[in-house]
Design a protein. Structure first.
Ligand code: CA
Length: 310
């Protein structure tokens, strides 16, 4: 399986510090991406989100069952944030794990995981928020929830208590699928169909930046974090492929592991395509040169031969 990703985080326009954190990288045959949105005064939010991201990335065990290992990594992150903050700090956590043509999403809080497939967007994670519960109970519409001034009250977080309930979702992946992870500083200001539209922008780096810019244009009331990943290829049939991760660009705050694991963008396929494009350009150039020549129809074979084997 081949996955590319690009990530951006921005403090926004109202906050003085960025309490969001993210990371991404290869873990054995898998690729793991994480976004955490911290909360707590006196820098506690930053500490909580960074500690949770680092713990989840480090504790995920690629040799174990993917769902069990993700759950365990989140449970350990909860334990560490809780132990360090004694309940005074917390963070959301959403992770996307790509392994053997499957996506596994783990979630606690109101950061989100979206899937965009053939232009259609669906939210994979469920928000653990007060307004989300109200909507589920039929006491509020989704539109009311969206504009509620208590929409940022979350009902589950990493680090708030000794135990945590982690939601896990699994999906089969298709080639071309786009997966987005975001903090509420992004998805709170941008509608789902707009996210789907921007997600189709290439390259991914530009899509991620556009979402950050759009959130800032609409006030940037919170820290903004976006991670966009695209599935380029599934595993070869019958093969035991690993997921190749291609970091599409250096993120605003490059995570250490993605920097270490990122592969060069120009791989074998890229070189082949580059050579093919060059050949086509030379052939087109040769044709353009020959077009005014009345003998064109009698001459192409020798020209083509000369181009391919100079
Ligand atoms: Ca936030």
């Amino acid at each position: 399986m081949r996955v590319r990703f690009s990530a951006r985080t921005h403090v926004g326009k109202r906050r003085e510090v960025n309490q969001d954190a993210f990371d991404g990288g290869s873990r054995g045959p898998a690729t793991l991406l994480v976004v955490c949105d911290g909360m707590g005064g006196h820098a506690a939010g930053e500490v909580a989100s960074q500690l949770a991201v680092t713990t989840i990335m480090a504790e995920y065990d690629p040799s174990a069952d993917p769902e069990a290992s993700l759950r365990e990594a989140f449970t350990t992150a909860n334990h560490r944030v809780y132990t360090q903050g004694r309940g005074t700090m917390g963070t959301t956590g959403v992770a996307a794990l790509f392994l053997h043509d499957h996506l596994y999403v783990a979630n606690v809080g109101d950061s989100r995981a979206y899937l965009v497939r053939e232009g259609q967007i669906s939210q994979i994670s469920l928000d653990h928020s007060f307004v989300s519960d109200q909507v589920a109970a039929g006491l509020m519409t989704a539109e009311q929830a969206r504009h509620s001034n208590i929409r940022n009250i979350i009902t589950r977080a990493l680090g708030h208590s000794a135990d945590v309930n982690v939601d896990i979702f699994a999906r089969e992946l298709h080639p071309g699928d786009t997966i987005l992870l975001s903090s509420d500083g992004m998805h709170g200001l941008i509608e789902d169909d707009e996210i789907a539209e921007v997600a189709s922008i290439a390259p991914l780096e530009e899509a991620a930046q556009r979402l950050v810019d759009l959130a800032n244009e609409r006030g940037g009331i919170d820290n903004i974090t976006v991670v966009i990943a695209q599935v380029d290829e599934l595993d070869a049939p019958g093969g035991d492929d690993t997921t190749v991760l291609l970091a599409e660009s250096a993120p605003a705050h490059p995570p250490s592991s993605s920097r270490a694991k990122a592969e060069p963008r120009l791989n074998t396929l890229g070189l082949f395509l580059f050579a093919l494009t060059l050949l086509i350009l030379i052939a087109v150039g040769a044709l353009a040169f020959l077009l005014p020549n009345p003998d064109f129809n009698t001459a192409p074979t020798s020209v083509a031969t000369a181009t391919i084997a100079p």
